[in-house]
Design a protein around this ligand. Structure first.
Ligand code: KG4
Ligand code: ZN
Length: 337
């Protein structure tokens, strides 16, 4: 089964062809980062226009790189939410038009279910997919959630953020530090040479015992720290601050994941979403896995950030379950998991 995946929920125009829900035949991502960087964040109207201009060439390239003809596509999977409404519309309308023209089924995919499915794509770093049930930590620009996954399409939220998402915290602090967009990537880069203990920053664990996250206190702490200084940190000191911020975010993500695994009695952890590309988080999770004895599954960095292969993987699972989108499939910018 060859599934064409289409993803346009935010600032990446992406298309991919995945075989049997696992083998990536092509994976094309046209990033808009450079376009949005000059505004310091994603501008929704600009994103929609960029998607409109690039979606057709991106889909064509995905088919070319997979060396398949239109007639070989068995189904089309498209992100229908959550995300930016105008951006989502470009992907969904493209998928519906293609489905109609080719006479092939279309399925709407929840972007979050897509992130969860990235771990099922074949990769040398992931010799085998995680068994059910497992726990997933989904950390992206818009979401921070601990999810119990009991089967294909069967999940339950066990913890989430009370304010900012982890990626949002990285990006907002990055902006305060004068780093480029997206801040998460810059903080990751700077952290490599910084001292994570140089600055004492809060680890928000609201109630000792819960599985929720909060990152607003960290933001406030960094802003207070910067306001108290006459010159902005730079050079090695900036790297130290970046490393301290990254450590504050990573520590909380690791601690709550460990607690959730224990509480749910699970021995397999998936980490996914853009922030799962973070080197500090990947390393800290590997240490926790060795200490606690759970199995860790993290997709390669390019499958953590937004891509269409993960949408095709999730779409293949829904197609197998017999799901089909109605001809008037609509976008839902606030679609819950
Ligand atoms: O999953 P994603 O590509 O898009 C959403 O669904 O939101 O996640 C984007 C987020 C951004 O906040 C970005 O700063 C963050 O993932 N991110 C990182 C890294 N790479 C991407 N954060 C920390 N370290 C990274 N290496
Ligand atoms: Zn995403």
């Amino acid at each position: 089964m060859l599934v064409l995946g289409i993803e346009t929920s935010c600032d990446e125009t992406a298309a991919a062809v995945v075989e049997d829900g696992r083998r990536v035949r092509s994976d094309v991502v046209a990033s808009q980062i450079l376009v949005h960087a000059e505004f310091g964040g994603v501008v929704p109207e600009v994103a929609s226009r960029q998607h409109t201009a690039t979606i057709v060439p991106v889909v064509r390239r995905a088919l070319q790189e997979a060396s398949i003809a239109w007639s070989q596509v068995d189904g089309i999977a498209v992100t229908s939410g959550p995300g930016l409404v105008g951006a989502l519309l470009v992907g969904v309308e493209t998928a519906k038009a293609l489905g109609h023209a080719l006479g092939r089924p279309v399925v709407g995919v929840n972007h979050l279910a897509g992130h969860l499915a990235a771990v099922y794509l074949e990769d040398p770093a992931l010799p085998e997919p995680p068994p059910y049930p497992h726990l997933a930590l989904l950390v992206s620009g818009g979401h921070t959630a601990l999810i119990r996954v009991d089967g294909s399409g069967r999940h339950r939220l066990v913890g989430s953020t009370r304010d900012d998402a982890a990626g949002e915290a990285f990006d907002k602090v990055g902006k305060m530090l004068g780093l480029g967009y997206p801040g998460g990537v810059q903080i990751d880069r700077l952290s490599a040479t910084g001292n994570r203990d140089a600055f004492a920053l809060p680890r928000a664990l609201p109630a000792r015992d819960d599985l929720d996250f909060s990152f607003s206190g960290l933001k406030t702490a960094v802003s207070t720290l910067l306001a108290a200084r006459s010159v902005a940190p730079e050079g090695p000191e900036l790297a130290d601050l970046a490393a301290s911020v990254q450590a504050a975010i990573v520590d909380v993500l690791v601690k709550k994941s460990r607690r959730a695994l224990a509480r749910e009695g699970l021995g397999h952890l998936v980490v996914c979403g853009g922030v799962a590309a973070n080197r500090g988080l990947r390393a800290a999770m590997a240490v926790a896995a060795a200490e606690d004895g759970f199995r860790l599954y993290i997709p390669p960095p390019k499958r953590c950030t937004d891509n269409a292969a993960m949408i095709a993987a999730a779409g293949a699972q829904s197609l197998r379950r017999g799901e089909r989108a109605p001809v008037d499939l609509a976008v839902d910018p606030g679609l819950p998991l």
